[in-house]
Design a protein around this ligand. Structure first.
Ligand SMILES: Cc1cc2nc3c(=O)[nH]c(=O)nc-3n(C[C@H](O)[C@H](O)[C@H](O)COP(=O)(O)O)c2cc1C
Length: 150
């Protein structure tokens, strides 16, 4: 069972940490959606779409990536991290997946250290997140996804 997790993670690398934890739990390739590289997702059994929440939604670069590269009908799951208010969460990923006829296997989210705007003045919020518990939950989530696909 081979998985690609395609991620956008720019603020503190929080989302990348979660994706890396999932990668420890199985055969997972991590793909930075901003890297200029040839992308072939056809050979994977499933694809994870991952992003921080920026302005109440996942980043457009990750959604555009999904629209461009997600193979028709590929099983998908969603991952996001957020400072405190998740907003629309994975909704934009869901829409991209629906357009491609992709079955959604699940969604994982947790808090991520946030020093955006005024939060910087107070030393940030969701300090130390994702923490060990978050990363263990991420690994368990991925194992569950892998088991469900056989
Ligand atoms: C420009 C910007 C906008 C953000 N907007 C939100 C938001 O609307 N809601 C929220 O809960 N967190 C918000 N955050 C915090 C991030 O979602 C959080 O720190 C996340 O873990 C960042 O992931 P990353 O480190 O993988 O980029 C924002 C951060 C930045 C830099």
């Amino acid at each position: 069972m081979k998985t690609a997790i395609c991620y956008y993670s720019r603020h503190h690398g929080n989302t990348r940490k979660v994706a890396e934890a999932m990668a420890q739990a199985g055969e997972v390739d991590l793909i930075d959606v901003t890297a200029r590289q040839a992308v072939h997702l056809e050979g994977y059994d499933c694809v994870g779409l991952a992003s921080g929440i920026y302005g109440f939604e996942v980043h457009k670069a990750a959604v555009d990536f999904a629209r461009q590269y997600l193979p028709q009908g590929k099983p998908v799951f969603f991952v996001y991290t957020y400072g405190g208010i998740k907003g629309t969460g994975a909704k934009a990923f869901e829409e991209a997946a629906r357009e491609k006829g992709c079955r959604v296997l699940g969604e994982f989210s947790c808090k991520g250290y946030d020093t955006f705007g005024p939060f910087k003045l107070v030393g940030g919020i969701a300090k130390d997140r994702p923490n060990g518990e978050d990363l263990e939950a991420a690994r368990a989530f991925y194992r569950h996804i892998a088991d469900s696909l056989g």
